[in-house]
Design a protein around this ligand. Structure first.
Ligand SMILES: [Zn+2]
Length: 135
């Protein structure tokens, strides 16, 4: 018997965990007040930020999902209102609105019943982004 077949003979469900991801967008302006003199990010500019919120939780036996994606959309609404088309430096807690700080704010404030946020990924350009983890 091969090792592969031997593993398959173990009984019981395979341990697993499930995460779901919902993606959002917002447009905002900022400047970074603590960068070295002459750094381009010291100038006022804007981004089309893209956010991926990843949540984990128990998969409901009847529904077969952790939460409805629509619940994640509702959880995003107050954050969208807080961030979209804003000058981020004026948002409380974002006086130095780096992507790291913005993603952390989203992770701290995103709240949905039946799931917990495990990480938030924030892209500020098509090739630059950060991930913050809840642990
Ligand atoms: Zn920027």
């Amino acid at each position: 018997m091969t090792a592969h077949r031997g593993r398959r003979m173990h009984s019981g469900p395979r341990p697993m965990r499930t995460e779901i991801t919902r993606r959002f967008r917002f447009e905002a302006a900022h400047r970074l007040p603590h960068v070295p003199e002459g750094h381009k990010c010291a100038r006022l500019h804007g981004h089309s930020f893209r956010v991926a919120v990843v949540v984990a939780g128990e998969v409901d036996a009847a529904l077969g999902w952790i939460v409805d994606y629509a619940d994640l959309d509702r959880a995003w609404e107050p954050l969208h209102a807080l961030l979209d088309h804003r000058y981020l430096n004026e948002v409380p807690g974002l006086d130095n609105p780096t992507s790291e700080r913005i993603a952390a704010l989203i992770l701290e404030r995103f709240s949905v019943r039946g799931a917990r946020v495990v990480r938030v990924h924030l892209d500020e350009t098509c090739n630059a982004g950060v991930t913050v983890y809840a642990d």
